[in-house]
Design a protein around this ligand. Sequence first.
Ligand SMILES: *Cc1c(COP(=O)(O)O)cnc(C)c1O
Length: 508
Amino acid sequence: MSAILDKQHTRQRDSSSPSHSITMKEKLIFDFSASGRKGYSFSGKDMPGAAPGSFLPSKFLRKEPAMLPEVPESEVVRHFIRLSNMNYHVDKNMYPLGSCTMKYNPKINDYTCDLPGFSALHPLQPEETAGGALQLMYELSLMLAEIAGMKAVTLQPAAGAHGELTGILLIKKYHESRGSKRSTLLVVDSAHGTNPASAALAGYRIVSVKSNEIGRTDLQDLEAKLDGEVAALMLTNPNTIGLFEKEIVRISEMVHRNGSLLYMDGANMNALLGIARPGDMGFDVVHYNLHKTFSAPHGGGGPGSGPVGVSEKLVEFLPVPVVEKTEGADGPVYRLVSDRPESIGRMMNFYGNFAVLVRAYTYIRMLGAEGLKRVSENAIINANYLLSRLTGAYELPFPKQVLHEFCLSGDRQKKSHGVKTLDIAKRLLDYGFHAPTIYFPLIVSEALMIEPTETESRETLDLFADALLQIADEAEKSPETVKGAPVTTPVSRLDEAMASRQLNICCI
Ligand SMILES: *Cc1c(COP(=O)(O)O)cnc(C)c1O
């Protein structure tokens, strides 16, 4: 372990904190508190004062002062900086989470969304004074439509799952508008968990379609399940184990012949940009995750953005308002239009998570068409390079030609040495890497799903591969080391089940 760890820590020391300590402990902010210490001072009021009781109903008034820590500013800053140093994030090192596309987020994205013309906008200001923002939204939806080969795009949904719900409501409205009530959505068994969850939220019954022995949609099973109740099939392409659905044109024909629609989960478009378009494959709806493929940060709960693109037959149902462009006397005018009688209505207050839209717009404009294509080419090369280094040490349940991600199995380590995939993931932390996605998709036992993305260098990929190879070796020679990991993190194994069942976020 030491050689890899040395290299990793040398890199971390060079680039981040000189006092990087892997056994760092930090007290709670309350433990720094001492009565009367302050981190602020106000110099007089510029408004007349009033007692809270004179304008707030008494039931909303505190009986006792809030128990807040009293800590000077310098201590507050240092406390949170020390905590942030313990954090793992994509600005620190590789984040190989399969099906999550944690790519580096270019800093220019933050610069553009901080421009005062964007950051100081108010959602209720008159639209004539927000022409630039509306133009950006208009152009971003055109670019996304072109990237996926769709007719039109709404930018409203706040996340991938919210995009799914929006897309499914569009599908529902489509069938209702034709006087047909269909009750079922088909979802392939390798799908992301949000697919069946969104379908259920929209009121559908979910029927699972099997994957075949090579990890793709089983066409016979699909044929058997396509009946008059099927509103749509939800598919991910390339699918969650990184394989392209080669029979997609046939699948599209089967689904459409049945009067059903085809939904694409496009959260991870990292393999397709500039190479292939869902619209050309026959998809009627696709959602994008701007906070994955299009480089807005994610994790930690958002904000995200899950725009939805649709084919011609669904355009009239899109959420309102939509941004329209007209030619005015002094050039183009961008307007918000809500008068669309067939629309499913609003999916969000206001217009979507605007700062995320600015980031995605910046990213796409910085790369241009050629750059986007190279993103996907490099993402695919990186995934295949890593896979070629790791096969042999870990089992690969499905074929070798993957696109942007791949799924290994820790079955061998578990059967021969009792080392579970969870142990391998924990041991990776000791080598200074975030773990990949584990135990997903459900069709692979002891799954380790890895997506390196295009933004990692050959050197980083090699360090990551070295770490996983060494862990495979440790699993054989000293399984207890792997089972006892991590030993270099501020805390070791946590009781995750208890943490989520007995959530206690109250410190006092
Ligand atoms: C991340 C992801 C989603 C859900 O996106 P959220 O923004 O987390 O709601 C859906 N499908 C796939 C394939 C994903 O990777």
